[in-house]
Design a protein around this ligand. Structure first.
Ligand SMILES: *Cc1c(COP(=O)(O)O)cnc(C)c1O
Length: 376
């Protein structure tokens, strides 16, 4: 069976984990956490990167840092993971869903302005498949209406928009190191990039259960006390050790994924040329990280038949993101602004192919052959 995903393993992780185990400190903010955070800050040129237990936790931190309150509105796509919405609903916000562009499955930047009201506080662009949203337009709107921008860059680690790393364009950026993402912290993990330097002190407090313990450990306070609301948003150092193995090999992982992605595209271009499938598009100025390779089929029936065909060939292809806006919680906590022209329709046609660091050329060839047989 060729799985849809397998957690990336470089080979160095086990030695770093042993080192962490021998260090006498397994909890958060140990040596490996510091190493990973410094790497993220330098590689992506952001003033503060904080490791967290998940991208979900990073999004929750963002909502707390921006003081989101009941009655506030937050704009985001409906075609996203539940955590994008939940983080703000937990603070009492109403979610305002905006339709996506069919070419990238990202928030349609042309539809955002019509969704802005006097209650809007935040725009949350989700960089689907590691391909950037149209950030120039989004950032200009945020400036015009004095809104915050939180990037859900869960899938966007190592991607760029006009030369700038995803996660560093908004006030706050959120990364995921879940095992299904390009880099993992041993299964679960995330990072909060605090790009607005004015939010850094409070970000450290919120992450340390609402205390100024981070300052205390740096010798900037002689005791630590309860300062604010907060939670435990630290990653265990044992996990950071695994992540360090991955970040240290970030270029190698990125190159391998891009090779796999390009091979799928080259192999499937003829089918796209015949109008049998649609392939992902990468707009000018976007550098992607090959987080995902998807194809779009005719409709949901075609997709189900395709998934069954692949399964019969021992290959797992999967779809995801049942749109949030007409789910039970989406109806309760949100509303759709304007018309759902693409969100529902495109989400029913999309299927993802196996793509992970340790996928072999031989297995990829089997996937490509099985796809060609389906359309033959
Ligand atoms: C994976 C993902 C998340 C959640 O990440 P976790 O680290 O699992 O919490 C959030 N948003 C998007 C777009 C994702 O792909």
């Amino acid at each position: 069976m060729i799985p849809f995903n397998s957690p990336p393993v470089v080979g160095t992780e086990i030695d770093f984990i042993r080192t962490a185990m021998g260090s006498g400190k397994l909890c958060g903010d140990g040596d490996f956490t510091k190493r990973c955070q410094l790497w993220l800050e330098q590689r992506f040129d952001t003033p503060k990167a904080l490791l967290t237990p998940s991208c979900t936790a990073s999004l929750e931190m963002a909502a707390i840092l921006l003081d989101i309150r009941p009655g506030d509105e937050v704009i985001m796509p409906s075609y996203t993971f539940v955590s994008t919405a939940n983080a703000f609903v937990l603070r009492g916000a109403t979610i305002v869903f905006v339709d996506i562009r069919p070419d990238t499955m990202n928030l349609d930047e042309q539809l955002i302005e019509a969704a802005i009201t006097d209650k809007t506080r935040v725009i949350v662009p989700v960089h689907y498949a590691g391909i950037a949203c149209e950030m120039d337009t989004i950032l200009a709107l945020a400036k015009k209406y004095r809104l915050a921008v939180v990037e859900d860059a869960a899938q966007g680690v190592m991607s760029e928009y006009h030369g700038k790393p995803l996660g560093t364009l908004g006030d706050i950026g959120c990364f995921s190191f879940h095992e299904t993402k390009n880099y993992t912290a041993g299964g679960e993990g995330g990072a909060t990039l605090v790009n607005d330097a004015g939010l850094i002190d409070r970000a450290e407090i919120v992450r340390e259960k609402g205390t100024n313990r981070s300052q205390f450990f740096r010798g900037q306070a002689d005791k630590y006390t309860w300062r604010d609301i907060g939670s435990s948003y630290l990653m265990a150092d044992l996990q950071a050790a695994y992540l360090w193995g991955q970040l240290d090999a970030a270029e190698i992982i990125n190159r391998r994924r891009l090779d796999l992605w390009n091979r799928y595209r080259d192999a499937l271009l003829p089918l796209a040329g015949q109008g049998r499938i649609e392939l992902p598009s990468v707009p000018d100025g976007c550098r992607q990280n090959a987080h995902m390779f998807y194809i779009k089929l005719r409709d949901i029936a075609d997709r189900s038949a395709f998934i069954d065909h692949m399964k019969a060939a021992d290959i797992l292809a999967v779809f995801h993101y049942i749109p949030l806006h007409d789910s039970p919680a989406g109806l309760r906590f949100g509303r759709f602004s304007g018309e759902d022209r693409y969100t529902s329709r495109e989400s029913r046609r999309l299927v993802r192919l196996p793509l992970f660091y340790n996928l072999t050329d031989e297995h990829q060839s089997r996937v490509i052959s099985a796809i060609n047989r389906y359309f033959a």
